[in-house]
Design a protein. Structure first.
Lengths: 100, 353
């Protein structure tokens, strides 16, 4: 088994996920069967194979480059307009620097 | 999320052809809206088949364009190296028309390419001559239900009568595609979905008053079980100590799968398969077994891994009246060829075989 209680808890913490005991149990079973299935990739020799991250053009082509020029983007007001809590031109979040 | 809409944040969509069956997913709502004539056309997003499989299940036409053909600006990113937006409509011509409108370079999406957008309806009425259709040996051997196999074979006979030539081809790494896809898709999803943290948009749950509590409780309340499962797995395969074994390995196998397609397209013009190995399944039939659900994506996910375009077109119905879909794949930017062949098939009565 690749994933046990400790791994699920560790990964959930990395991903900022709260998961219930019930979900934990369910995930452990399901994730192990998925990972077991994924193990088949190890039967392929990929020693001299380059990884593919982008499918349509090569790394050298990189069509996404453009001159770094100032452009009109969203105004501050628009950028904040979907925020669940905003004020004074900022997104508000719970206290980060505090008593502890 | 997923191939049935049963994991919808709102409620499951029903298949207009059989209300106790799923419409496919994840863009099952789009396909059902078109199939039930609530909409003339709809957009879907396709990371592993989410346009084509619901189009197949709902008896309509759905196109996943070449990766980079259509801007993804405004789309909630799921798997950034896989996602594409595409049209769903009742006819091939409608799909071609909408593609012409949405395709092209968008300064807001740096992955969209400035490749010329042709008139997708140009020459679409011409007969198809000497077109070579590749039939992957691996696809036709793997667990396709008899009724789907039967319909696709009838469709292929029609294409042969229309002047196409059938060529058996090999895609030797097919068996590894699902594992490769899920590692890459979940890794990218876990990273993309990190932005849903309750700060800049969307839901916020206050939590116990500190920042990390707010993150955790917001994400707990906002994500369903399927999404959480994918985030946990994606985070795991990207985590230190497992990255090389899973994520990097999958990216290397992705190269091998891409090479399979490059080799195949040296011999043939298009590749045809069923869109889904089965007709639509009943609501609740598969939702408890994620792996079984993932396995049903075998024919659609490779197009996303390789970035090639794929169209799903209706290819008759089962005796119970459930739609069957045929998928046509082409080289990068071969949308005109896919639309041409699909239109000729449609005009020859292929949709109602």
């Amino acid at each position: 088994m690749k994933i046990g209680h400790a791994e699920v808890e560790y990964v959930a913490k990395l991903a900022n996920l709260a998961i219930t005991e019930e979900e934990k149990k369910m995930f452990i079973g399901q994730l192990n069967s998925i990972l077991e299935y994924v193990e088949q990739l190890n039967s392929l020799n990929t020693e001299n194979v380059e990884p593919t991250t982008q499918v349509v053009y090569t790394r050298e082509q990189n069509f996404s480059m453009r001159p770094d020029e100032p452009r009109v983007a969203f105004s501050q007001e628009e950028s904040l307009s979907n925020g669940p809590a905003t004020g004074a031109g900022y997104f508000k979040v719970p206290k980060v620097i505090g008593e502890r | 999320m997923g191939s049935s809409t049963e994991n919808s944040a709102f409620f499951p969509t029903r298949n207009p052809h059989a209300l106790d069956h799923v419409p496919g997913g994840s863009s099952g709502g789009s396909a059902a809206a078109v199939a039930s004539q609530m909409a003339l056309a709809a957009l879907g997003s396709d990371t592993g088949g989410s346009i084509r499989q619901p189009a197949s299940f709902c008896g309509v036409v759905g196109l996943k364009p070449t990766y980079s053909r259509v801007s993804r600006y405004g789309l909630v990113a799921f798997g950034s190296s896989l996602d594409q937006i595409g049209p769903i409509a009742a006819t091939v011509k409608d799909v071609g028309k909408i593609l012409g409108v949405i395709a092209g370079k968008d300064p807001h999406d740096s992955t969209s390419l400035a490749v010329e957008v042709p008139d997708y309806l140009d020459g679409i009425e011409k007969p198809v001559k000497d077109l070579k259709i590749g039939l992957p040996r691996e696809y036709f051997r793997a667990g396709i239900s008899d009724v789907v196999k039967n319909k696709i074979q009838t469709g292929l006979k029609l294409l042969e009568a229309l002047g196409c030539q059938m060529v058996e081809i090999e895609l030797p790494h097919t068996d590894y595609a699902i594992a490769t896809y899920y590692v890459i898709a979940m890794a990218e999803a876990s990273s993309n979905l990190a932005r849903f943290d309750g700060v800049r948009y969307g839901l916020r749950v206050r939590g116990d008053g500190n920042l990390s509590g707010m993150y955790r409780e917001t994400r707990d309340a906002g994500f369903g079980a399927e999404v959480k499962r994918r985030i946990v797995l994606g985070t795991f395969v990207l985590s230190s100590g497992y990255y090389d074994a899973y994520y990097l390995k999958a990216q290397k196998v992705r190269t091998l799968i891409k090479q399979d397609f490059e080799n195949a397209f040296e011999k043939v013009d298009v590749i045809i398969s069923p869109t889904s190995p089965t007709p639509p399944f009943r609501i609740g039939e598969k939702s408890n077994d994620p792996l079984a659900m993932y396995l049903s994506d075998i024919f659609t996910i490779t197009a996303n891994l390789v970035g090639v375009p794929g169209i799903s077109i209706p290819c008759g119905k089962t005796p119970e009246g459930l739609p069957v879909g045929m998928q046509i794949l082409g080289k990068h930017f071969a949308e005109p060829r896919l639309l041409h062949l699909a239109h000729v098939f449609e005009q020859a009565g292929g949709f109602s075989l």
